[in-house]
Every structure is written in C-alpha cells, then in structure tokens.
Design a protein around this ligand. Structure first.
Ligand SMILES: [Zn+2]
Length: 255
C-alpha cells in the first residue's frame, strides 16, 4: 500500500534517513513542493481502501504522474530484495530510485516492460476489436502484447496482431504512450491498416472473439449494452475515441 506524502518535513530528517527503504522520492511539483511515496505493508483489518484503478480518473495530471511513479517504484522494490548477480540482500539508495548490493557493489535499476497496443483499421475505416477470455463479459478492446528482446516496436505490432487476429498490417504510425505500472509496463500505442480484413480470426487462445466496427455499429452496441469498452483511464479507450471522433459514453469495465 502506498501513501503519497506531499510534506517537505521529511527531507533530511532522521526518520527519513532511517526508513529510506520504505520512502521513495518522487520529484518536485512545479511549485517546488517535494513528493514522497511511503510504501507500507497492507494493514490488517483496514477498510475503505481504494485502488489506483478506482480513483485514476479522479486525479489531476500531477497526481496521476506521481501515483504511477510511486506504484511502479513500489512494485519494483517489493520484488528485488536481493542482488541478481550474487544473491546477497540489496539496499535502497538515492531516494529509492536505485538499489545497491553492499556485497558486490552492483547497482540495480527499476525495469520497465515495453508493450505495444494497436488500433487496427481497414480501408473502409472500420476498426477491429478483440476480446480476451479473462475480461468481463462483453468487453472488447484493441490488441496488445509485450515486446520481445531484440524486437523493434514495428515488428512487435505486426507480430502481435498476426498472432491474435490473423491480419497483416502496414502504415504503422506511433500515437503516444501511457505508463501502466501493473506491475511495470509502458504501453506504446500505434495505429495500423490492414488490407486483408476478411482474414481476421481470433486465435482462440488469448483472444476468443473479434469484431469489426463501423462508427454507427459501435455506438449502437454501446447503447444496447452489447459492447463494454475499456475504462476511461486506459490508452485503449482514448485510441478508440480518437478514431470515433468524440468521447464515447458507456459502462466501464475495469481490468
Ligand atoms: Zn551482489
């Protein structure tokens, strides 16, 4: 669990020095105010806690940036108590941005896993959405997958969509990115065009169903409850709305 602490009283205090492993310096707000995250074990019997997924849409840009950073850092610290080189315990240094092994002096840095997310269109300007088995019923979204070692982002886009939906792509264009620290990803978003929409087929493993959507059909399916879009905080939702031309209303399904 993470508390965000916008107090500057912690700087140079003995308490901060003594507990640096549990406190991470996140940075300075534009007004100079420092932000820290305090990473503490989940207290037993605590009620009324909310997750980032629940409050994400209520936060300001500054707050969401600080929280994303805090969650990503905490996820990394929690699973890197030991040195990957020699196995000895590591310590947090530099305000929590790095861990160091006192035994072999190796420094360890937070890892970010790159994933691509793709909005696939055809020449009639329809979009292809897919449905993962693990999602809530009626949820469809864009295609996504992790970058493999040594792979370019463009090759990853082509491979993921070929694997999951069976179509080939061209005109791959970068749109933007979104940190997704669940636990340590960044989503890099692209649009791409396929010339063989008739070959689209769910792989039956990760993706259990696919659908082509016109703007008219997507509005209709949302209105009837036949389609649940990804949540407003997600880059997938923004990609779909970018194509649609305006925000889409509709029940949101987390995950
Ligand atoms: Zn070591």
């Amino acid at each position: 669990m993470i508390y965000l602490d916008p107090s500057s009283k912690l700087i140079n205090s003995p308490e901060f020095a003594a507990s640096v492993a549990e406190r991470f310096f996140l940075g300075l707000a534009p007004n100079g105010q420092p932000f820290f995250a305090i990473n503490v074990p989940f207290p037993e019997g605590t009620e009324n806690l909310v997750s980032l997924r629940d409050v994400g849409t209520l936060l300001s840009d500054l707050e969401i940036g600080a929280v994303m950073h805090a969650v990503a850092l905490a996820n990394w610290h929690d699973v890197h108590p030991r040195c990957a080189r020699c196995g000895e315990p590591t310590i947090s240094i530099l305000g929590g941005s790095t861990r160091k092994c006192p035994a072999c002096e190796a420094e360890h840095y937070p890892r970010t896993d790159s994933a691509v997310i793709v909005l696939v269109r055809d020449r009639e300007d329809r979009i292809l959405l897919g449905r993962q088995k693990i999602w809530p019923a009626k949820r469809f979204s864009t295609f996504a997958g992790f970058l493999e070692p040594g792979e370019s982002l463009e090759a990853c886009v082509v491979r993921e969509v070929a694997e999951e939906a069976g179509v080939s792509l061209s005109e791959i264009k970068y749109l933007g990115s979104q940190p997704w620290p669940f636990p340590a990803s960044i989503m890099l978003s692209f649009t791409a065009v396929t010339d063989n929409p008739e070959d689209a087929e769910a792989d039956g493993e990760e993706i259990e169903a696919i659908r082509w959507y016109t703007r008219e059909q997507i509005a209709e399916d949302i209105a009837s409850g036949e389609l649940l879009l990804p949540p407003g905080i997600s880059i997938a939702r923004r990609m779909i709305e970018l194509w649609y031309g305006q925000p889409l209303e509709g029940v949101e399904a987390w995950r």
